[in-house]
Each structure stands twice: as C-alpha cells, then as structure tokens.
Ligand binder design. Structure first.
Ligand code: ADP
Ligand code: ASP
Ligand code: MG
Length: 410
C-alpha cells in the first residue's frame, strides 16, 4: 500500500465530464488499497474570471487581502465537487480547504509562502480509508485570513503536502504528458524529456515553463520529493523530476528554450548619476516584496543615466506608483513602462564549456529582425527581452538553431 499525492490542474478539471473522469482514476487508485491525497486547482479559466470580477467593482486595484478571499473560491468549488463525485462512485472522500488542514502561510497575500502543513487532520482522514481532496493554491495566515500562493500555486501545495505526509512521490497531472525542451503548445518540434534534475527544472520553471511553479520545484528539491509529471488525458509517457548523479541533459549545449510573458519593463530616464541612486530606486520595490528580475543601467552621459528593469506584470501598477514617487524625489526626468514584452531564454549546463552560444542566439534573433531590448546571462542561461509579439516565433527559431527539434516532427 502506497501513500499517493496526486495533483490535477485546471485543464484536467475543465468540465463536469473531466471531473468525473479524474474521479474514476482517483477511485481506482483508492480501490487498490492505496492512501490517496488529491490536490486540485480551480476549474480551468475560473481563477482568471475571479480576478476580473474582483477588479470590476473598483477603479483602484483591489486590496490583496480581498482579492485572495475571492480567487481562493475557485478551489473551494472544485474540491467539493470532486468529493461529491467520488462519494457518488462509492469512494469515501472529504474535501479540505486551507484553514481545515491547516496550511499555515505568511501574510504576503497573492504570493504567500507556506510555513507549516498540519498533517494530523489529513492523516486521520486517510487512516479512516477516505480520499483527502485538498484545495490547492490557498492557505491561512496568523490572523486567520485566507492567502494564496501565486499563480500556479497548487503545484506548491501538492509538494508541501507530499513532503508533510512523507509520500512516496508527488504526481502532477496536467494537459501535457511531461516536460519538453520547449512549450509543446508553441513549438510543435519540442522533444519530450523522460528525466529532468531538480536544478534543470528550476531553471526551466523560473524562466517561464509554467508546467510547474518554480516554488514547487524548490520545495521538492529541499525535501527530496520526486515529482512525476503526467497527462490526465491518458498516454504512457511521463517525466520524472528528481535528484540524479549526472545531469541527463548535460550532453546538449542547450537543453531547453523558454518564454515568459509575465514580466513588464520600467525605465527611469535621466537620473542624476550619483552614488546611491540605484538603491533608492530599487529599495522601495524590495520593501513591498516586488521581485526585480533583469536590471540594466546605462553609462552616464553628462552626469545623467537611465535605469531599466523588469518586474512581474501583476506588480506593474504598484511598482510604477512607487517608482514615480522616488523618481520625482531624485530629480529623474521621466518613468516609462512597457508590458508588451516577453523574455525568451536558452538554458543548458553544456553552455559552460561551449563558447559562442550568446552570439548564435543574437544572430538567430537578428536574422528574424527581432530587436533585443535587454540581455541577462548566468553560467547556464541567456535571456533576452523582446517585443511580446515575437515571443512564440523566437522560441521556434532558437529551438531549431540549437538543434533541439524532434527529428520525427520535422
Ligand atoms: P495545469 O492547469 O495543469 O496546472 P498549466 O497550464 O499550469 O497546467 O501547465 C501546463 C502547460 O505548461 C502546458 O499546457 C504547456 O503549454 C506549458 N509549458 C510551458 N513550457 C513547457 C515545457 N517546457 N514542457 C511542458 N509544458 C510546458
Ligand atoms: N487556480 C490557480 C491559478 O490558476 C492555482 C493553480 O492553478 O495552480 O493560478
Ligand atoms: Mg499550473
């Protein structure tokens, strides 16, 4: 008898028929004598709809606390529906919301971090022979408020539950049959990967491969929870994400191409070039828990400089008002924003030993007349900010240039 943790994303729960199909799979595992904890997202499109709804009643962005209260209801519905469907199949089940577990988080609404997972209630339900159907994405803070874990956060709930219950593995069911060298919905020639290390998956997820939320991968690596990514729509293929002696993708110079459309760019123009200005501009963002990703500062001309950086698009509004205030204080000329950007990245440990990757990437983009607005590099990745309208094209071009294309699909 195994203790299984199975997570189903929104696309696997799109309709009542999808929910019934998933319920049959869960009931079959339970029937075999396994203990089964299930983590669910909201039905597909529901979280977007709830975010829109929360924004529709005010000219100002909703308070993060109230927005979390609204968006978490999507998972409340899907888990109760699943528990009812399982009971109807003769499979005993009980749904759990964040506060029932309890899933204790900090108070960073909309991007809360899990502090503790209460396992006693869940274990009692499993020991009583019931399936525990757990709402992903949500938790509760020390004030008793509902918090959410950021988009795609049900993956993180699943890993946290798997670690707390010491499960044998954490199975992530989605609408693709594993992790590919690029998003298979953008690049039809993407190659399926059977095995990816935590480190490689961290890079891919951090750069836009939303098949797993990056925090889920961080947690899985920390607690050594093996992750299995499978399709809930059937098929025999899957990808293991786990620790391995050697990197499975090491042979290739580039092991994957990613696209992230969730960043926006802010430029502060004509800043008096003095010690401390970069800190004064970036610090208010850090204090508001806004992540700054890429940063470039121009060479000073006549004592003035420009600073450009990217933030998550969801934080653009808040970041812009913070930056406008500080720009005024330090005497900068203007603040410009652009949320029609995309970040395209090539990732691969093999890059360390193969010079010239950046040159090949820049040439490939230039050949397609795609302008590069910002560049950042690490030992094993190169990222370029480009106009969002060229995002998908650039993924396909780079996938081909770095010889990742699946020859069967050529
Ligand atoms: P779920 O609703 O199950 O959480 P998501 O939409 O969050 O599903 O994640 C699955 C999607 O991730 C796929 O449909 C695919 O478009 C996208 N994706 C992006 N990059 C990759 C990649 N490298 N490999 C597989 N899927 C990817
Ligand atoms: N429902 C949430 C979202 O759409 C969480 C998730 O799907 O993982 O982001
Ligand atoms: Mg997801």
């Amino acid at each position: 008898m195994a203790l299984l943790v199975k997570k189903y994303g929104g696309s696997s729960l799109a309709t009542i028929d999808h929910i019934k199909k998933v319920a049959q799979d869960i009931a079959a595992d339970h029937q075999k004598g396994n203990m089964v904890a299930v983590i669910l997202s909201a039905m597909s499109g529901e979280t977007d709809r709830l975010i829109e709804l929360s924004r529709s009643v005010s000219d100002m962005p909703p308070s993060p606390r109230e927005q979390d209260s609204i968006v978490s209801t999507g998972e409340q519905i899907s888990t109760a529906l699943m528990a009812i469907t399982l009971e109807n199949l003769g499979c005993p089940a009980q749904s759990y919301l964040g506060w029932h577990i309890p899933m204790i988080t900090d108070s960073s609404y909309q991007k809360a971090r899990i502090l503790e997972v209460g396992k006693d209630n869940l274990m009692q339900t499993l020991n009583e022979g019931k399936v525990a159907v757990i709402a992903g994405f949500q938790g509760i803070n020390d004030k008793g408020d509902i918090t959410t874990l950021g988009r795609g956060g049900s993956d993180t709930t699943a890993v946290a539950v798997a670690a707390a219950l010491n499960a044998d593995a954490c199975e992530i069911y989605t609408d693709v049959d594993g992790v590919y060298t690029a998003d298979p919905n953008i690049c039809s020639r993407a190659r399926h990967l059977n095995m990816v290390t935590y480190e490689e998956m961290l890079e891919l997820a951090g750069l836009g491969a939303k098949v797993l939320q990056i925090r889920a991968v961080e947690l899985a690596r920390k607690y050594k929870v093996p992750l299995l990514v499978k399709s809930s729509f059937g098929g025999n293929r899957y990808t293991w994400i786990r620790e391995e002696e050697s990197n499975m993708m090491e042979d290739a110079v580039i092991s994957g191409v990613t696209l992230d459309r969730n960043e926006a760019k802010i430029s502060v123009i004509n800043i008096p070039d003095e010690p401390g200005v970069a800190h004064r501009i970036i610090n208010p963002l850090a204090e508001s828990a806004i992540n700054v990703d890429m940063i470039i500062q121009n060479v000073s001309i006549d004592g003035f400089t420009d600073l450009t950086f990217t933030v998550p698009s969801t934080d653009l509004h808040q970041a812009t008002s913070l930056i406008e205030k500080v720009a005024h204080e330090i005497g900068a000329k203007e603040v410009r924003t652009n949320d029609s950007i995309a970040k395209v990245s090539v990732v691969g440990t093999g890059m360390k030993n193969h010079p010239g990757v950046a040159a090949r990437m820049f040439k490939a983009l230039a050949d397609e007349n795609i302008n590069i607005q910002m560049i950042s590099t690490s030992e094993i990745r190169i990222s370029c900010i480009i106009d969002s309208k060229y995002g998908e094209l650039s993924v396909r071009v780079l996938h081909g240039i770095f010889e990742l294309d699946n020859s069967k699909n050529k």
